[in-house]
Design a protein. Structure first.
Length: 472
């Protein structure tokens, strides 16, 4: 691989580094027995690892646009246009450095989207079964995904964003265009600790199949899961003993106009059943710390039945972020109990009838009551109304610097100046009469908003401890 340019580079780089080290030794009275090109391999590899963290490879072009024909040529053919080798240039300084770098597998475990796939293959070869961290933007169905699947037993962190396929690619590779899912991840992943699967812009979800067999349901070390996809394997055995779980359906599922156009068959496979959802929480009850769940405006399938007995206590949960219909939230909260110190955010999409928002009050009452008996109860209550999109926001806060709070955002479907305003007042009356507010000492309230709507409001008598009132 060493041409004239490489020799010149070596002739300048090594003496320059030695001079720099010599000056630093003189300045700080340090001793270094060897010049940098003759350091022990273990120390040199440690230096390379430090350099790799601060000087990663970068690219400014398409990931595969400038890739070279083979793995061996990728490591010796120089830098393609738009691609900066970063720390990898140490393999081109001299033969000793190259040998040290190539023989140290932990240098090659981080496969980022910046790498062309030819370089990614070099990393896969040189990592030699050391646990891998792979972040890729891939075209589902392309040969690259098969390489990833082949190394799944050595992957510790996998983060894939699926890009829409190119027709020319499908024709060239004779790939089955009907199977555009993440179904290529079928094998067990014994080392996998972190999994993130996302769909990029332009993905047509109706071509996907449900990947029930994700990782063969066998990922015993898995602790963090992020799924931003249409098809969720709700029954998968990978959902157990997790510390972090994030399931977010695509934004289109938050628009009732879009969801109303879905067929009955589609509405049966997109959302979970209540039992499936509660089963996931039960399997993670002793470990789950962070959870985000966004089901949009989809109704739970067979939502009236839950075959999991008893209340699921999520005592280790520190952050819980939920976006769903109020009826779904009410049913879920009849089955689970969140730690009173958790930071808790709820976005409830437009109710289908006037009773839906009232249904959330019993679960909310139970949670606030638990918090009131905790060491750091809620002391502040902020209520706000946004007329533009007709939102009611209710925020509980504590005096803790950690910022524990309950944030409830409710979306209304009509203009707040009309009959919808009366519905908000009715809900607030029920809220103040139901929720224990004895610990609230500070209240921020939008009494000046919706003028003429407050004649029927009677919530203030339930706030006996309030001594700071901010009316806006």
């Amino acid at each position: 691989m060493a041409g004239e340019g490489t020799i010149t580079h070596q002739g300048v780089a090594i003496p320059g580094l030695d001079m720099s080290l010599y000056a630093r030794r003189r300045q700080h009275h340090l001793t270094l027995p060897h010049p940098i090109n003759k350091l022990p391999p273990e120390l040199l590899a440690y230096i390379f690892i430090s350099v790799s963290e601060i000087d990663p490879p970068t690219t400014h072009g398409d990931d595969d646009q400038h890739s070279v024909s083979s793995a061996s040529s990728a490591s010796s053919a120089g830098t393609p246009e738009g691609f900066n080798l970063g720390w990898i240039v140490v393999t081109q300084i001299c033969g000793f450095w190259r040998t040290v770098a190539v023989c140290h597998p932990r240098l090659w475990v981080d496969i980022s989207p910046a790498l062309t796939w030819s370089w990614a293959q070099v990393f896969l070869q040189r990592s030699r079964a050391v646990n891998l961290h792979i972040v890729r933007n891939v075209r589902i169905g392309a040969p690259e995904v098969l390489d990833i699947a082949a190394h799944i037993k050595h992957i510790a962190e996998l983060d894939i964003t699926a890009c829409p396929p190119l027709l020319s690619l499908w024709n060239e590779d004779e790939t089955d265009i009907d199977d555009l899912s993440f179904d290529f991840l079928k094998r067990p992943a014994p080392c996998l600790r972190k999994l993130a699967l996302r769909e990029g812009a332009g993905i047509i979800w109706c071509n996907y199949v449900v990947f029930h067999n994700l990782l063969a349901g066998d990922a015993p070390c898995l602790r963090e899961v992020t799924l931003h996809v249409h098809m969720i394997p709700w029954d998968s055995r990978i959902f157990q003993n997790l510390t972090s779980l994030e399931i977010v359906l695509p934004e289109a599922m938050s628009y009732i106009e879009y969801v109303e156009r879905l067929t009955d068959a589609e509405l049966r496979i997109l959302p979970p059943t209540l039992t499936q959802l509660v089963t996931i929480f039960a399997a993670c009850a002793s470990t789950l710390e962070v959870c985000k769940l966004d089901l949009g405006v989809l109704l739970l399938v067979d939502s009236q039945e839950c075959n999991v007995e008893g209340l699921i206590h999520l005592e280790h949960l520190t952050t819980f972020d939920i976006c769903m219909l109020p009826t779904n939230f009410a049913m879920l909260f009849d089955c689970i109990e969140v730690a009173p110190t958790a930071k808790f955010g709820v976005t409830l999409w437009g109710a289908r009838n006037d009773n839906d928002y009232l249904a959330i009050l019993p679960g909310l009452k139970r949670h606030v009551a638990r918090n009131s008996s905790a060491s750091n109860p809620f002391t502040a209550l902020l209520v706000d109304i946004h007329a533009e999109c007709t939102q009611l926001e209710v925020i509980f806060q504590t005096d803790s610097e950690a910022g524990e709070e309950i944030f409830i955002r409710m979306q209304y479907s009509e203009n707040v100046e009309g009959p919808e305003g009366a519905k908000i007042i009715e809900w607030l009356n029920s809220f103040f009469a139901t929720i224990p507010l004895e610990t609230i000492t500070r209240l921020c309230f939008p009494i000046k908003k919706m003028p003429g709507q407050w004649d029927s409001f009677n919530g203030f008598p339930y706030l006996s401890a309030v001594h700071v009132l901010n009316v806006f």
